[in-house]
Every structure is written in structure tokens, then in C-alpha cells.
Design a binder for this molecule. Sequence first.
Ligand SMILES: NC(=O)c1ccc[n+]([C@@H]2O[C@H](COP(=O)([O-])OP(=O)(O)OC[C@H]3O[C@@H](n4cnc5c(N)ncnc54)[C@H](OP(=O)(O)O)[C@@H]3O)[C@@H](O)[C@H]2O)c1
Length: 280
Amino acid sequence: MTRKEVIEHAAQMVQATDLVPEKAEGDTMKLVVFGANGPTGQLLTKQALAEGHAVTAVTRHPEAFPLRHARLRVLHGDVFDRLSVEEAVAGQDAVLSTLGVPYSRKPITMYSQGTAHIVWAMNRYGVRRLVSVISSGADRHPGLGGFFFRKVLQPCFIGVVGRTLYADLKRMETLVGNSNLDWTIVRSSGLFWTPAVTDYQAAERSIDGCFTSRADLADFMLRQLTDEQYLHKAVATRSGTPNFYVFFWKEGISKKPSSSKGVPPQGHSRCNAPARVIDQ
Ligand SMILES: NC(=O)c1ccc[n+]([C@@H]2O[C@H](COP(=O)([O-])OP(=O)(O)OC[C@H]3O[C@@H](n4cnc5c(N)ncnc54)[C@H](OP(=O)(O)O)[C@@H]3O)[C@@H](O)[C@H]2O)c1
């Protein structure tokens, strides 16, 4: 799948995810989303808009960003460029990050350098709340995961294929943890699509379960803006687990934007939450 196809597919899935506005006007905030153009970032932006927030979506490809809204500012920015981070953060109430890069054998520094710029800008402009996603793979908790995770996924993906990525996530986590901000780090794994928010779970540090729905992850990040339970903590999330083989088939092997036609993929977990509609 080319990068263009991945972006188009993500946009179709975002359009197919229904939301309803929930918040009264007085509860709304000015939010900046880094990584807004990724699959989770687009959903997060859409959910935030649906709740009445004003959103600054930061992307290196503003022309490819699929959402338009009166309360949405799409800003060209690269987190390696401190000035563009500064421009995005100035005047905001909170920062949400779903930044991500693919595995690479070369050294990866996007998470740590980008986050260093974000933390610097937040300190400079007095923005306190930071909610960042990292992969649960960055936490080598000895009891984490089942046999497959410990014996296959961890040695192969975390120890070899993703070694440089997880090393940088670890640096980022340390950097955020040592900051004086009001931070929460969300550790997720196995992101997949559901057409609405489901009855997901969260727990401090780690949780049994390898999958989180992107809609649930976005919802959980937004909930942290008004919930202090996980302030200064890393928290793991889990959604109803899709069939393992269906997950790998749909997310890894057979994913084709032309066949999805704007509807969510089959094989996702059942959703307990009512469907939502966005006010776009
Ligand atoms: N996929 C999974 O199963 C999985 C599992 C566990 C955790 N996670 C984590 O969950 C988060 C979201 O994952 P995702 O799959 O939704 O998104 P993603 O594809 O990893 O990418 C998020 C976005 O980050 C942006 N980005 C990358 N480098 C940047 C830079 N230098 N400056 C500004 N923006 C930059 C890119 O947008 P532009 O190119 O438009 O700038 C990209 O679309 C990531 O942190 C990922 O590590 C994912």
C-alpha cells in the first residue's frame, strides 16, 4: 500500500466514524493536535471538533488533510522545526500528540526531538496539559502480554525491527516524565478501526490485551483533558479484541482503499456506544 493509499483509506474510515456533539460551549478548549494527519490524529481531531473544541491540526501535508471545519485551523508544521511547534502551541489550552513514524533501521529521533520542542514551547507559553500516545511496546514490562507477545512479537518487532523506534519512544517517555507539565502518556498497541467509541478499558502502566480501537484511543485522550486520574502517569488502554487473524488480514494484508468504499472494515469488535454524528 502506498502512503497516498494509506492516507486515503484513513480519510474514508474517519468519514465513516459517526459522532455526536456532547459538550456545552463553556467546557470547550483550544487544542493543538500533533500527528493530526495520521489515522488516529484525524479521528481525534474529528471527535474534538464534535465536542465543540477549537482545534489546530499540525501536519507536514496540510493539502492532504481531509477535514474542514469553522473551528479547525490546519497548520503546516514539522516537529523538528521548533518555530513551527512554537506557532502551533502559542495560545492553546492543551496539547495532544499522536505523532508517529514507521519502523526504520536508521536511528529515529522524531519522538524525542519533536517532543522536546513541544515541551519547550509549552513551557514558554504556559500551556500545562499534554496527552501523548506511545506504543505499549516501549514498556518492557516483564509480565506484559501472552506467550505470542513475549516469544514472537517482543523479540522480533521490539528487539529487532522496531529497535530504533522503541529506543526513541523510551527517550520521549523519559523526557515527558521529567518535565514539569501536567502530562499523561497513553500506551496503546494494535490499533484498529471501529465505527464508534466502544466500551474500552484503561489501567495504569500496563494492561492485558493487545488491541485498542482508534476511536477509543482518541476518546480516551480527550477524556484526559478533564480527568486527573492519570495525571503524571503512563496508562495503557484496551478495546474489545478483534479476532487476531481477522485483525492481521484486514489491517496488514488485505487493506485496500478501493474496496472499503467509506464503510468501516468488517471484523471489528462490537460497539456498545451509540453512534455519533459530527456537526461539520
Ligand atoms: N499503528 C499501530 O498499531 C500503533 C500501535 C501502538 C501505538 N501506536 C502509536 O499511535 C500513534 C498514532 O498512530 P497512527 O497509526 O494513527 O499514526 P501514524 O501513521 O504513526 O502517524 C501520525 C502522524 O505523525 C505525523 N508526523 C510524523 N513525523 C512528523 C514530523 N516530523 N512533524 C510533524 N508531524 C509528523 C505524520 O503526519 P504528516 O506526514 O501529515 O506530517 C503522521 O500522519 C503513534 O504514536 C504510534 O506510534 C500505533
